[in-house]
Design a protein around this ligand. Structure first.
Ligand code: ZN
Length: 147
């Protein structure tokens, strides 16, 4: 089994069995992000308690890459400190901007390395980044509110 095939399986599995899908009732911030080039839509609820991501839930419609990425992102960032989440976010962003030249740090990104092949397709990068940008937006709003 080659790596591309394995990664496709990981993405499909998250698409079929998404983590943290279904918006939580309680939240500190809700954001709604769109990716018009593909038609992906995502709503994200984020809660932080003392600098830890205590809940990150989402609802959305879109392609398998955007929805699977939301699942992977929410699973990765839940329970992390804002600093740890930033490291993971930066690592994923770098991977997506690598134009297929990087495979990603599996220690940091876990299942998110499955999206490494997406960085070769500029039209799909926004799909993969949709949920991550929504998280970033929500986290910034919370940071600004408590500053
Ligand atoms: Zn898409």
């Amino acid at each position: 089994m080659n790596l591309d095939h394995l990664y496709q399986e990981v993405i499909l599995d998250h698409y079929k069995h998404p983590q943290n899908k279904g918006l939580s009732v309680a939240k500190d911030v809700q954001v709604h992000h769109l990716n018009p080039s593909c038609g992906d839509e995502l709503t994200l609820n984020l809660s932080m308690i003392e600098g830890i991501v205590s809940a990150v839930t989402w609802e959305g419609v879109g392609c398998s890459i955007s929805m699977a990425s939301a699942s992977v992102m929410s699973g990765l960032l839940l329970g992390k400190s804002t600093d740890q989440a930033q490291i993971i976010f930066d690592s994923f962003l770098t991977l997506m901007q690598s134009k297929g030249t990087q495979s990603g740090d599996e220690e940091v990104l876990e299942d998110a390395v499955a999206f490494s092949g997406v960085s070769k397709y500029p039209a799909r990068i926004k799909c993969a980044l949709l949920a991550w940008m929504a998280y970033k937006d929500a986290a910034l709003q919370i940071a600004n509110r408590t500053a």
